[in-house]
Design a protein around this ligand. Structure first.
Ligand code: NAD
Length: 487
């Protein structure tokens, strides 16, 4: 394909060096609809070279002390933080997210991932038990596993990639990472900082390309004993199938269909702004975003009126404009998919109260070909509608009424997913009761997205297998052994 403007051309990062690839794929700027970057179309050969480099680096890196590795992670955090603005600009351009979101969430969080695991690795303890009657002590030891395969999605590119790289290398593993082919730029920028941070060659290798080709080559590689994957449930099923013959260890962080439950004693002055954010932040392209809002009947009309009025105020446009709240969706195909859900809801008799097909969207001249969509609120939608059952992953949320606590718990749980939920109520007893009964790996009450990285992160049912977070990541990225000493 001929390109008029000079394009950014990425290269794989293998054994500490940037390596060109024999073929490339186009990557689009979602806010202009133009190709602006070329990404290596890697396959088996490139993955083989990266795994070889990671394997060669393993003996040295795994034998360093946690303190030595911690220093390297902290240095890398400092270097990314130093270039925060450049990373934020790149993430916004590559993914379509607002510059404000990239500046305040994505990149600071990527920095924090390295800082957190740099500290966390210094504080783990293993277990020891005694059997005095037979004169034995038992203890566990933990060692790094080897070459970790890390596969990440496009919605929070550097944030989710570093959520995997940081614990993997902190534990002494070496890695081969495969970022999403749609958002590869910040991973490539990070590779430029590795040497300066003191990451030895081969410890972090990044291979760019398509999931079915580069990703699958990594999943099937016999020298990669574990895969940490974040992405869709469909891809996870494929990865599970492909890795089964090798008995690989898998961590799967997948999709969601997250409910917010608003009881009639909720503080709406808190609930409405936060539920708007939980529905539309990052264009609704966060696995933890709310997409079903259950409101108790007594306050349903009031909630809906206020919620829709506020949703209409969200400004959609050029993601690089700091006053913009909603940027572009990741791709034309994804935008069409998200829009198709709104059409299906309308065809089923649901009411679209604002956004897609109802309000007009005026875009700046440079963004006319971008993949934009207004925050959309749908009401009068049935629980078995695809809009209430399937992950839409865009700025679309459904609002429905409920009567009783028991009823709403059952309805909230009646989906195949189980990632996150929010509960809004000023009744402490109810909050605990409902949180216990919801089928979700994460439940936020009277708040959203507040995280302590020490605690488990992950989903139930079709939202995932395994958990990541301080202790959970440590356990996933290390091999445990029980040793018994008779004295
Ligand atoms: P995706 O599954 O299409 O792709 C994710 C990654 O897997 C990409 O790097 C892709 O190239 C790769 N991939 C695709 N096919 C592959 C294969 N056959 N073998 C190996 N790798 C393959 O997901 P996406 O569209 O990039 O991301 C959106 C999805 O991710 C949503 O479902 C969202 O909910 C989910 N997600 C989950 C979490 C979480 O923590 N639970 C976080 C963010 C996103």
């Amino acid at each position: 394909m001929a390109h008029s403007k000079a394009l950014l051309v990425l290269e794989n990062f293998i054994a500490g060096k940037f390596v060109p690839c024999s073929s490339y794929i186009d990557s689009y700027n979602p806010s202009t609809g133009e190709v602006y970057c070329r990404v290596p179309d890697s396959g088996k050969e490139e993955v083989e070279a990266a795994v070889k480099a990671a394997k060669a680096a393993f003996p040295i890196w795994s034998s360093k002390s946690p303190l030595e590795r911690s220093r390297v992670l902290n240095k890398l955090a400092d270097l990314i933080e130093h270039d925060l603005e450049a990373f934020a600009q790149a993430e916004s351009k590559d993914q379509g997210k607002t510059i404000t979101f990239a500046r305040t969430v994505d990149i600071p969080r990527a920095v924090y991932n390295f800082r957190f695991f740099a500290s966390s690795i210094l504080h783990h303890m293993t277990e020891c038990t005694q059997m005095a009657t037979v004169g034995c002590v038992h203890y566990t030891s933990r060692t790094p596993v080897g070459v970790a395969g890390l596969i990440s999605p496009w919605n929070l590119p550097l944030y989710l990639l570093t959520w995997k790289i940081a614990p993997a290398i902190a534990c002494g593993n070496t890695v081969v990472a495969k970022p999403s082919e749609m958002t590869s730029v910040t991973a490539w920028m990070m590779c430029k900082l590795l040497e300066k941070a003191g990451v030895p060659h081969g410890v972090v290798n990044v291979v760019f390309g398509m999931g079915a080709k580069a990703g699958e080559a990594l999943v099937c590689h016999p020298t990669v004993p574990l895969i940490s994957f974040t992405g869709s449930t469909l891809t996870a099923q494929r990865i599970t199938e492909k890795s089964a013959p090798h008995c690989k260890r898998l961590s799967l962080e997948l999709g969601g269909k997250n409910p917010a439950i608003v009881f009639d004693d909720a503080d709406l002055s808190q609930c409405i702004p936060i539920t708007l954010r939980s529905s539309f932040a990052n264009q609704g392209e966060i696995c933890l975003c709310t997409s079903r809002i259950f409101v108790q009947r007594g306050i349903y009309s009031e909630f809906l009126k206020k919620f829709v009025a506020e949703a209409k105020k969200w400004k959609v446009g050029n993601p690089l404009d700091p006053t913009v709240d909603v940027g572009a969706l990741i791709s034309k195909e994804h935008l069409e998919k998200v829009r198709s859900y709104v059409k299906k809801a309308q065809a089923e008799g649901a009411q679209v109260l604002c956004g897609e097909g109802v309000d007009s969207l005026a875009l700046p001249p440079g963004n006319q070909k971008g993949y934009f969509m207004l925050p959309t609120v749908i009401a009068e939608v049935k629980d078995d509608s695809c809009c209430m059952q399937e992950e839409i992953f865009g700025p679309v949320t459904c609002v429905v009424a409920f009567d009783t606590e028991e009823e709403v718990i059952e309805r909230a749980n009646s989906v195949k997913y189980g990632l996150a939920a929010t509960v809004w109520s000023s009744n402490v007893g109810r909050v605990h009761r409902v949180a216990q009964k919801l089928q979700a790996g994460l439940v936020w009450t009277n708040c959203w997205l507040i995280r302590d990285l020490n605690l488990p992160f992950g989903g139930m049912k079709a939202s995932g297998i395994g958990r990541e977070g301080g202790k959970d990541s440590y356990e996933f990225f290390t091999e445990v052994k029980t040793i018994t000493i008779k004295h």
